[in-house]
Design a protein around this ligand. Structure first.
Ligand code: NAD
Length: 372
């Protein structure tokens, strides 16, 4: 197939959908790969390395005009104009945004949104949410260290002892667990909360303390189990009890990292403004949910702000701050997905009965297949 790798155009998007490593594999498999000049520059993959891997360097028009186009983010209107009807698109296409999907369908594409893959063992190697959230969780802790005027580990010095930082992590999914692990490695004392009961054991296995909000009804217990590994919105009574407990823990904390998300919905509010006001001056909140409305209403998307002496880090797209590794993992996820939809002769031949392929297929030949 003619495979196009365009440069990402969304402001701040430094990642690229294929690296020299994955391009080499595509070329070995017999594909003709065209990489837009500069596509990997922001992620520190030079054009020359793509050429060495067997790609042809091209302009945007040519890269977008491929039979198969590999992207990080959903193409905008001007990119869609340059794509060919009937082309196949792979990327993080925001499957819960019906308008965006209609635009892809309007361009006559067959499109796979990789974020929609099921969270199953077989899908692990192509799970873009996991590969990127893991890096985001790590980076969130490093950002916290940057805005925090103290150190993380307990340190005994000749001039006196410094106390270990207290870190609270809200949401112990992929990003939250990596945040816990990273904060622990730096010597912090860590507590974490999640709605899903399975999270307790994972938090504890990383040396964190689980903030327990007991379920009081069967309904609460059932909703907390979630669907497909994902959380569901909890009943108001449970959320109120959690808010009270979280407020208490946040007042004691130095760093709070929030990662709580519910697929297809705005992020749940976990830290109220009065909790921020009651936190210690110099504390830092890193809100990883900021792009979906935030877990704290005071977070400002794309900005670092200070409220009542507390620094709120609302920087978006943290994986893009680790563009080299984020691209390397993303590109391998993409390659693993391609193995499912390209046959031994190198033709696009998606199997009709594959749960991963069907979950990701959001548009086929110009028709939207997913009701968001
Ligand atoms: P996510 O990004 O959708 O959400 C982050 C976390 O926020 C989740 O753990 C969620 O339970 C939590 N959350 C939601 N509402 C909350 C609230 N009110 N308070 C506290 N926490 C709240 O989740 P994710 O990181 O994508 O992980 C989702 C699930 O998928 C997890 O169960 C994870 O273990 C599982 N998973 C499985 C695989 C696999 O088997 N292949 C791969 C990755 C993730």
């Amino acid at each position: 197939m003619q495979v196009g790798i365009p440069r990402e155009t969304l402001p701040g998007e430094t990642r690229v959908a294929a690296t020299p490593e994955t391009v080499k594999k595509l070329v070995q498999a017999g594909h003709q790969v065209r990489v837009e000049r500069g596509a990997g520059t922001a992620a520190r993959y030079p054009d020359a390395d793509y050429e060495k891997a067997g790609a042809e360097l091209a302009d945007a028009q040519t890269a977008l005009g491929g039979e198969l186009v590999l992207k990080v983010r959903r193409p905008d209107a001007s990119e869609l104009d340059r794509m060919k009807p009937g082309a196949v698109l792979l990327g993080m296409l925001d499957p819960f945004d019906p308008e965006g999907l209609r635009a892809l369908a309007g361009a006559g594409l067959t499109a796979f949104a990789l974020e929609a893959a099921p969270r199953t063992t077989r899908a692990q190697s192509l799970d873009v949410l996991s590969s990127q959230a893991n890096l985001a969780g790590y980076k969130a802790v490093l950002l916290a260290t940057q805005y925090y005027g103290r150190i993380f580990p307990m340190m005994m010095t000749a001039a006196g002892t410094l106390k270990a930082a207290r870190v609270v992590v809200l949401g112990a999914g992929v990003a939250g667990l990596q945040a816990i692990a990273t904060a622990r490695r730096l010597g912090a004392v860590v507590e974490a909360s999640d709605v899903r009961p399975a999270a307790r054991e994972q938090v504890e296995s990383l040396g964190g303390k689980f903030i327990d909000v007991p379920y009081e009804t069967d309904e609460e217990r059932e909703i907390a189990e979630g669907v497909g590994g994902y959380a569901r919105a909890m009943p108001a009574a449970w959320m109120a009890r959690q808010a009270a407990l979280v407020a208490e823990r946040c007042k004691q904390a130095d760093i709070v990292i929030t990662t709580a998300l519910i697929p297809g919905r705005p992020a749940p509010t976990l830290i109220q403004p009065d909790t921020v006001a009651a936190m210690k001056p110099g504390s830092v909140i890193v809100d990883l949910a900021v792009e979906r409305g935030g877990n704290c209403p005071l977070s400002v998307p794309g900005e670092v702000v200070e409220r009542d002496g507390v620094t709120l880090v609302g920087l978006a797209n943290l994986p893009a701050l680790l563009a080299t590794d984020a691209s390397a993992l993303y590109a391998r996820n993409v390659l693993d997905f391609l193995k499912l939809v390209i046959d031994a002769e190198g033709r696009f031949a998606p199997p009709a009965d594959d749960d991963i392929v069907n979950a990701c297929l959001v548009c086929k030949d110009g028709q939207v297949l997913r009701s968001a």
